[in-house]
Design a binder for this molecule. Structure first.
Ligand code: PDD
Length: 294
């Protein structure tokens, strides 16, 4: 394994990523008992840090792991990680597990454990222009995950298998459907455009409401693009004029083929192009400068 020599953080210590390790009895390792976040950083400025840390706090509370840090402490850890990287645009990964305990037992350890806190940064590179221009292909699959997909849990086996199905099919993403409705992607949110209206599935326990999802709806609002948050049926997805994927790392990408069938005319549509443009202008003027007008 080739680990780059980048500064990471583990339990109060900053050290090269490759030098850090956690005990085998950590419940994150044994049970996937933990929570994570992925925060995009542009020009060394974390985007919507409060929202990401708020989502982290909500996920931790949902699984009854005490938040190990105050907002100020989290900010301090992230500031140091960001400052110590040799690149300006970063993807910060944060993970908190319930900590290590013996003996192995599914139930919470009787003695309180110390949560394991891990953070590291990767370079953040936007999707290549070519992908933006041509769009991407996706497949669909039944959503077999649990009923608390609003929790950003590290137990991601179903998401891992869903994304691997996409890779096996030679496409970029797997779109998940449950009870005849569009839910989200294996690691993204999904929007559709029907009769010129942007449709987004309503936030619920069945999906993770992305920070990018919120931003795309805000941009639609700000620029007068008609949009509606409501359930989207499988038939609407398959008959949509446009389908988009959003996430902090992928920004907004057009899905132009679904299960081998063209979406609309099989190319990124006009509303996608407008949204992509709005996103880029926002990124340059707000994300890169830290001037969040929200
Ligand atoms: N995942 N839904 C799922 C299941 C996700 O895993 C993600 C992002 C999103 C979009 O969230 P956001 O817009 O806040 O990035 C929706 C991150 C990128 C990951 O797992 O690495």
């Amino acid at each position: 394994m080739n680990v780059p020599d980048l500064t990471a953080y583990l339990n109060g210590r900053f050290a090269p990523l490759g030098d850090l390790s956690v005990p085998v009895l950590d419940r994150g390792f044994l049970f996937g008992d933990g929570i994570y976040e992925m925060i995009p950083v542009y020009n060394r400025t974390p985007f919507r840090l409060n929202e990401h840390l708020g989502r982290l706090a909500a996920s931790l509370a949902s699984v009854r792991i005490g938040n190990p840090h105050t907002l100020a402490e989290w900010r301090g850890i992230i500031e140091t990680i960001v400052a110590r990287q040799p690149f300006d645009d970063q993807s910060i990964y944060l993970q908190v597990t319930r900590g290590a305990a013996y003996p192995r037992n599914h139930a919470f350890p009787p003695e309180p454990t110390t949560p394991t806190v891990f953070a590291f940064a990767d370079p953040l590179t936007p999707p290549p222009t070519q992908l933006v221009q041509t769009g991407i292909a996706a497949v669909t699959q039944a959503d077999v995950r649990w009923l608390r997909c609003d929790i950003k849990a590290i137990s991601l086996l179903a998401n891992v298998l869903a994304r691997q199905s996409a890779v096996d099919a030679g496409v970029a993403e797997t779109v998940l459907l449950r009870d005849g409705k569009l839910i989200e992607g294996s690691a993204s949110n999904i929007f559709v455009v029907k009769d010129g209206v942007i449709l987004a599935p309503p936030p619920s326990n069945l999906m993770l409401t992305g920070i990018t999802y919120d931003l795309v709806l805000e941009l639609a609002d700000r620029h007068g693009l008609p949009h509606q948050v409501r359930d989207i049926t499988e038939a609407e997805l398959r008959g949509a004029g446009e389908v988009w994927l959003t996430s902090s790392s992928k920004e907004v990408l057009a899905i132009v083929t679904l299960d081998g069938a063209p979406v609309g005319n099989g190319a990124p549509g006009p509303i996608y192009k407008a949204m992509y443009q709005h996103y880029q202008v926002f990124k340059a003027g707000v994300m890169r400068t830290g001037k969040d007008t929200q």
